[in-house]
Design a protein around this ligand. Structure first.
Ligand code: G6P
Length: 610
């Protein structure tokens, strides 16, 4: 979603701000803008479109100054137009700000300001905030005080970076609900909505918490609450390298991340899998081990791909640990006054750790006394910090909007969790050892599947023109069908639906004809024969069948138009393997259709608004 970058120091701000914006592009956006202050004036340029277009527009123009801010906007209030793009200014043009989040009481504030004679150029909630701060500044004569006073009246969420022409040695950043990270350099500071815009300059960061702001000056900085209480900043070290957010030789981040999976999966299980004991050691859960032992129910929640991994988790944990597991969309859970007991364990699954619905669902569960845990990729993210305990994915930064490596790492962690909970209960050591051994060989299996990328690319070309696709799977591979369909939708804009294979007869079968590709996940397990029957049903209606099958399965190979093999493994671990060909299929179809794979239209990597 929207991206923020701000710089104050001794170097020219423009190149730093533009480079920061490029590193934030992956979050998804539709307009971009910058403001650079040279001490006497603040020059602003903004437009609908990409950062590259903005950079081309200003090429050759002078934007001097060592203080600046930049923004990528993902439209919420008002269309993606030049005027609605950030930065926004107050009525006098002295206060300039960029904003992530939503000011919920902007309409009330706007009416108040209009009554006082203020007018507005854009349709955004952000401009209202800028004008409001400007009005307070006129009255109070103090930049910081005006910002704090305004933020106390604001309802909703914000990540902000704010400049004042009257105070060219000051950059103010503030947060409620939308992340803000401060990069602490040598007499210079970089403010950003995520660390990708910072890592090129410094590894030392401070994560602002809700209702905190930072006042950054060239000779030092302070952090305080918006109520004016000083906070001692906690400095963290970033745990990733600049190369990890660069594409290397891959044409897209998504492909890079798909191919990283043997390594990222290994990183997720490293030091956690106890093959000999048939168990898992999850250091992040030590403090809640007793609660987990007596838990009567687990609720898994998340959004998008993370919700799909929760669905796989339900099969895995119920089968291994025999604990009832419920899975719920975070956006639904948070609003329906759910029945949650104090001995429930509610686990939020999130790549970014910032998805607002997941965070809100966890807060709701906490309110009802449950233990709340996080399975999160981004270290130091809000969900990671707000939960009682949790497990990091260690998948490294995921830049492609369509989640790939984070999904398989989520499945890795859920398998480890299932193993751990199982061994606390009825799972025998030998069953545990069997699963652990198989888990340990998954990275090699992923490599084997990636070797079939050229075959998958060939298949993708046969179907790139299609307008619909159906994905079918059963049992633990039903969520993989959902995920496969989601991947295709997200990046190729082909309409795709995932279904439990048997449900096909209750509706989607009506869609099947010789133009309809049907992707079956048909690995050898206890419901294999049932899936074969479903394949026959599609074949009888001349649907085109692409099957993901277990290596050497001639029966499926004969029935399907195309088959992609995956190595055999423990049935509960098959989703980790079957999902890889579906990621590649979606990728190659999107590329063949000329789509912008890493930045699909309208999507955002991290959804920090409702
Ligand atoms: C967005 C992304 C999806 C992601 C979902 C949940 O919609 O485009 O790829 O699965 O958010 O994000 P999270 O960071 O919570 O896993």
């Amino acid at each position: 979603m929207c991206g923020i970058v701000g710089y104050i120091g001794h170097r020219e701000a423009l190149p730093i701000v533009l480079e920061g914006l490029r590193n934030l592009e992956y979050r998804g956006y539709d307009s971009a803008g910058i403001a650079i202050c040279d001490g006497a004036r603040i020059r602003i340029r903004k437009r609908a479109g990409k950062v590259a277009q903005l950079a081309a527009d200003i090429e050759g123009e002078e934007f001097p100054g060592t203080l600046g801010i930049g923004h990528t906007r993902w439209a919420t209030h008002g269309e993606p137009t030049d005027i609605n793009a950030h930065p926004h200014t107050d009525a006098s043009g002295r206060i300039v700000l960029i904003h992530n989040g939503i000011i919920e009481n902007y309409a009330v504030l706007k009416t108040r300001l209009e009554r006082k004679g203020y007018s507005f150029r854009s349709e955004t909630d952000t401009e209202v905030l800028a004008v409001f701060i400007g009005m307070l500044y006129e009255r109070l004569g103090d930049f910081e005080l005006a910002v704090r006073t305004a933020l106390q009246e604001v309802e909703g969420t914000f990540g902000l970076a704010i400049l004042s022409k009257d105070d060219p040695d000051c950059l103010i950043a503030a947060r409620r609900g939308s992340p803000i990270v401060l990069g602490i350099g040598d007499s210079e500071y970089i403010v950003a909505s995520d660390a990708s815009a910072i890592v090129a300059h410094t590894r030392r960061v401070v994560y602002l918490r809700d209702d905190e702001l930072a006042i950054l000056r060239r000779d030092g900085y302070v952090t305080k609450t918006i109520g004016d209480e000083f906070i001692a900043p906690e400095i963290h070290e970033l745990d990733f390298e600049l190369e990890q957010i660069q594409r290397g030789n891959f044409p897209h981040f998504m492909l890079k991340e798909i191919f990283e999976q043997p390594v990222t999966f290994r990183d997720s299980i490293r030091g956690r899998l106890l093959v000999e004991q048939g168990n898992a050691k999850l250091g992040g859960l030590t403090t809640v081990a007793d609660k987990l032992r007596v838990a009567r129910r687990i609720i898994l929640t998340g959004c998008g791909t993370s919700w799909h991994s929760a669905l796989v988790g339900e099969y895995v944990i119920e089968q291994l640990a025999r604990i009832p597991v419920e899975v719920e969309y975070a956006s639904e859970l948070r609003y329906r006054n759910p029945v949650i007991y104090p001995d429930d364990i509610v686990i939020g699954i999130s790549q970014s750790g910032e998805t607002i619905d997941t965070l809100a669902a966890l807060r709701e569960a906490r309110l009802k006394g449950a233990t709340i845990l996080g399975i999160v990729n981004v270290v130091g993210s809000t969900i990671a910090r707000e939960t009682d305990a949790g497990v990091y994915l260690h998948a490294g930064p995921e830049i492609g909007v369509a989640s790939t490596k984070a999904f398989t790492s989520q499945l890795a962690v859920l398998a480890l969790l299932g193993l751990y909970l199982g061994r606390q209960r009825d799972l025998s050591a030998s069953e545990g050892q069997h699963l652990a051994k198989e888990l340990n060989t998954i990275p090699e299996h992923i490599t084997t599947i990636l070797d079939s990328a050229p075959t998958i690319e060939y298949i993708a070309h046969q179907y790139a023109h299609c307008t619909n696709a159906l994905y079918l799977g059963r049992g633990v591979n039903y969520p993989v069908a959902l995920e496969g369909a989601l991947k295709l939708k997200e990046i190729s804009y082909v309409h795709a639906e995932g279904y439990p294979a048997a449900e096909m007869k209750h509706g989607p079968i009506a869609l099947i004809d010789e133009n309809m590709p049907v992707v079956f996940i048909a690995t050898c397990d206890d419901i294999y024969d049932k899936v074969i029957s479903n394949i026959q049903e599609v074949r009888a209606r001349r649907g085109r069948i692409i099957a993901i099958a277990t290596e050497g399965d001639q029966r499926v190979a004969e029935l399907a138009d195309h088959v992609i093999f995956v190595p055999p493994t423990h049935s509960l671990l098959t989703p980790i393997l079957t999902t890889i060909p579906l990621q590649l299929l979606a990728y190659y179809i999107a590329v063949a259709r000329g789509c912008d794979v890493d930045k699909p239209r309208n999507l955002a990597k991290s959804v920090t608004v409702e």
